[in-house]
Design a protein. Structure first.
Length: 324
């Protein structure tokens, strides 16, 4: 439970820090000559391009690739992320959104908070054993985000790269946010299969880098977040929340049941899937809109609205898993 409280505290501290910096900029408490927004973007890029690749490399280096007993879990994770994005895209088109809004709807409905919220809620509900199931469920999460989600978001953006580069394939392979992550995954996997054991100190390094990267990224989110913007995107917020908390749980839990997961590990595996199927948009869903010039307010509003609904969703999940 302390880890859950720690994670929630980290999230709110980062958001408050970002909002505090924004308020000081807006009230000119920080001189206009200080390029605060430029610094925020540098910090954001440092976390994604500098810190996260080290974390990712270590994660893929240390993971027990040959010890996958429940292949259904990563398959369900892939289905959830993919189907969520498709539903968001379809709903956006039905709402007759422009390209920027569609890109934000896509990442908001696809990217899911499986780690900071999903993993910690499972830990609070079921204990340490559930962490292994969470890790397997989200095994391909970041690969899908950076290899599929980011490129699709980029194609809907309107930044200088998109204007100058007409070839969509070239847009993808020349984007540092994509190929740096690909390289870190590749190196991690090569080291994994090479037989070289990951140094024990790597875990200590990640215990520092993971919260450091989180606070950097969450602060940047807090800086750009506009709480009042929710009123302008209420329909979009309700649509995203409906996808995340109603449609996805029904679909994913039904598939898991048909696959017979309710009979494994005394039902624990099934309960973990129930929790992970009903998580709000991930922090990562707020990064592509900022990087690629999508509708930032739409993405922020959807994230804030859905995350706030956890106050209602978490008790419902607790009741459901304890009834099974």
């Amino acid at each position: 439970m302390m880890k859950f409280v720690y994670s929630i505290g980290l999230i709110f501290c980062g958001l408050l820090l970002g909002q505090g910096i924004r308020k000081k900029v807006d009230t000119e408490a920080i001189k206009a000559t200080v390029p605060v927004e430029k610094y925020i973007r540098h910090i954001q890029k440092f976390a994604i391009l500098g810190i996260n690749p080290i974390i990712t490399l270590g994660a893929f280096w240390g993971v027990q690739i040959t010890n996958i007993k429940f292949i259904a879990l990563p398959i369900l994770g892939i289905i959830a992320i993919t189907l969520g994005g498709i539903l968001g895209f379809v709903v956006s088109k039905r709402m007759k959104h422009g390209r920027k809004q569609t890109g934000s709807m896509f990442v908001s409905s696809s990217f899911t908070n499986l780690g900071n919220f999903g993993g910690l809620i499972c830990f609070a509900f079921f204990g340490e054993l559930s962490y292994a199931f969470v890790s397997m469920y989200k095994m391909f999460e970041e690969i899908l985000y950076f290899m599929v989600g980011y490129p699709i978001a980029k194609l809907h953006g309107d930044n200088e790269t998109n204007i100058k580069t007409k070839n969509p394939i070239l847009k993808i392979i020349t984007d540092p946010f994509i190929y740096v992550y690909f390289v870190s995954i590749s190196i991690g996997l090569i080291l994994n299969v090479s037989g070289y054991v990951r140094p024990s100190f790597y875990q200590n390094i990640n215990e520092i880098l993971i919260p450091l990267s989180s606070i950097f990224l969450i602060t940047s989110v807090g800086f750009y977040m506009k709480i009042r913007a929710i009123g302008s995107y209420l329909k979009e917020c309700v649509a995203i929340a409906s996808i995340k908390f109603i449609i996805m749980p029904i679909v994913i839990v039904s598939i898991a049941y048909l696959m017979g997961l309710s009979t494994i590990s005394d039902g624990l595996l099934f309960k973990v899937v129930i929790v992970l199927s009903a998580m709000p948009p991930a922090f990562n869903s707020l990064i592509p809109p900022q990087i690629y010039g999508l509708d930032v307010d739409l993405a922020n509003s959807s994230w804030l609205f859905s995350t706030g609904l956890l106050i209602v969703v978490v008790p419902i999940l607790y009741y459901i898993v304890n009834m099974i």
